[in-house]
Design a protein around this ligand. Structure first.
Ligand SMILES: Cc1cc2nc3c(=O)[nH]c(=O)nc-3n(C[C@H](O)[C@H](O)[C@H](O)COP(=O)(O)OP(=O)(O)OC[C@H]3O[C@@H](n4cnc5c(N)ncnc54)[C@H](O)[C@@H]3O)c2cc1C
Length: 398
């Protein structure tokens, strides 16, 4: 590949070029601009996505948002989750987690909000014209202290670092030949917003539920004073596609069979508003970067959603990478240091989430009963260690 020489006469230079304006790419853009770097994001979509149902932002991404000065805005845009109830559809509570205790220790409860609202909020924090929509990287060449990049809109630029924040099917990961073996979990998912649903009583409006049944589960919480986010996972072959009416009728059957108490969620969901996503992750990559080109978020380490930590990891990556840039400059070494700081927690999270996915869909009733007992008698000290691992921010480059 030759150095980029598109139709534009002047080749623009950026400190950092980011591909992907998702949660990870936008948070990184905020952190880098706050630290004085000149950056550009290229985003394939023509505008910010408004779809995507809800998302739970746990205490760890909330601490990152606090460091970026936007935690209060996220709290205002969402709904605090104060109690998390894990239940079995037949026998009831398996575990309850009091988020207020977590808030006392880590500063924040989990905040549930609409994904589109979170993305808009992040987008509003960056300088105007930072994002080029309808645009993606076509080619890149590394040469000395620069990466020369040709973009799909015919323009070219150079950057000291290129970041693939372009999600599970990352094109940057493919172009930089960083591998990326996808693992299908055996389950697919539905996600939706139930508008104006009346599901939880007034004194339980800050509770979130996840309820496990044979081969499926449902989870939900409020995301604002009127609306709920709910998801459902179910065993299915990979790559299945369903029409809106098929998804609805399937969800209706699962609610009716296992979760009749919560069918109000489906009844308040618009006819075409259910999203289907297969649940997969990436087998850990050998490395997350090649020279000056590297990956963050799902592009580097997509995880199953069982710990609700995929977006959280992308947000943590963003702060760590920005701080590493400040600490050691914009070099190949920046990526190596970033990976050293992030690897252990990320690999643990991906592996733990994968294991949880395996136990929550059990079919055998004896194994399910044993699992529930095991979870009920798990010592508090073990749970606390896991909580500590997930919620504490320990990847400071200092
Ligand atoms: C069912 C489900 C529930 C989940 N729940 C939670 C939760 O509660 N909490 C949580 O923290 N995480 C959750 N996650 C995980 C979370 O959604 C992801 O980890 C998170 O979105 C990753 O952010 P990202 O920025 O790395 O990638 P993405 O959000 O995927 O963003 C990638 C961006 O790159 C753009 N892009 C892609 N390809 C290109 C290209 N070639 N050129 C230019 N742009 C491109 C895309 O359009 C997109 O804007 C859940 C995931 C699933 C499947």
């Amino acid at each position: 590949m030759s150095a980029a020489s598109g139709p534009e006469k002047t080749v623009r230079h950026f400190d950092v070029l980011i591909q992907g304006a998702g949660i990870g790419g936008l948070t990184l853009a905020i952190a880098l601009q706050q630290r004085g770097y000149k950056i550009q994001i290229v985003e394939r979509a023509s505008r910010l996505a408004e779809i995507g149902a809800g998302i739970w932002m746990a205490a760890n991404p909330m601490q990152v948002f606090a460091r970026l000065g936007i935690a209060e805005k996220v709290i205002e845009a969402g709904w605090a989750v104060r109690l998390l109830r894990l239940q079995d559809s037949r026998s009831g509570d398996i575990q309850t987690t009091n988020m207020s205790q977590i808030a006392t220790k880590y500063g924040f409860e989990t905040i549930a909000l609409h994904r589109g609202v979170l993305q808009k909020l992040l987008f509003e924090q960056i300088d105007e014209d930072t994002v080029r929509f309808d645009c993606e990287i076509r080619e890149f060449t590394q040469n000395g202290d620069q990466v020369y990049v040709k973009l799909s809109d015919g323009s070219s630029c150079t950057a000291a670092l290129v970041v693939g924040a372009d999600g599970f099917n990352s094109q940057v990961r493919r172009m930089a030949e960083l591998g990326g073996e996808k693992r299908y979990s055996g389950s697919s998912s539905y996600r939706a917003i139930a508008r104006g649903a009346r599901v939880l009583p007034d004194d339980a409006k800050h509770e979130a539920y996840e309820i496990w049944a044979k081969g499926c589960r449902v989870g939900f919480s409020m995301i604002n004073a009127d609306d709920y986010y709910w998801y459902m996972t179910f065993d299915a072959p990979a790559g299945g596609v369903s029409s809106a009416s098929e998804m609805r009728s399937h969800a209706e059957t699962l609610f009716g069979t296992y979760f009749p108490q919560w069918v109000g969620l489906l009844q308040s969901t618009g006819a075409k508003d259910i999203l289907r996503t297969d649940i997969s992750d990436l087998k850990p990559l050998t490395q997350w970067s090649s020279g000056r080109i590297g990956l963050i978020g799902d592009a580097a380490h997509a995880t199953t959603p069982n710990l609700g930590q995929g977006g959280a990891m992308a947000v943590e990556d963003a702060l760590t990478l920005a701080d590493t840039c400040v600490k050691i400059g914009l070099h190949e070494m920046t990526w190596q240091r970033f990976e050293q700081l992030r690897r252990e927690k990320v690999d643990w999270t991906v592996a733990t989430s994968w294991s949880i996915g395996k136990i929550c869909h059990l079919h055998n009733p004896v194994l399910r009963a044993l699992r529930n007992i095991a979870l009920k008698v798990t010592p508090e000290s073990v749970t606390q260690k896991q909580v500590q691992k997930i919620y504490s921010l320990d990847s400071n480059p200092d």
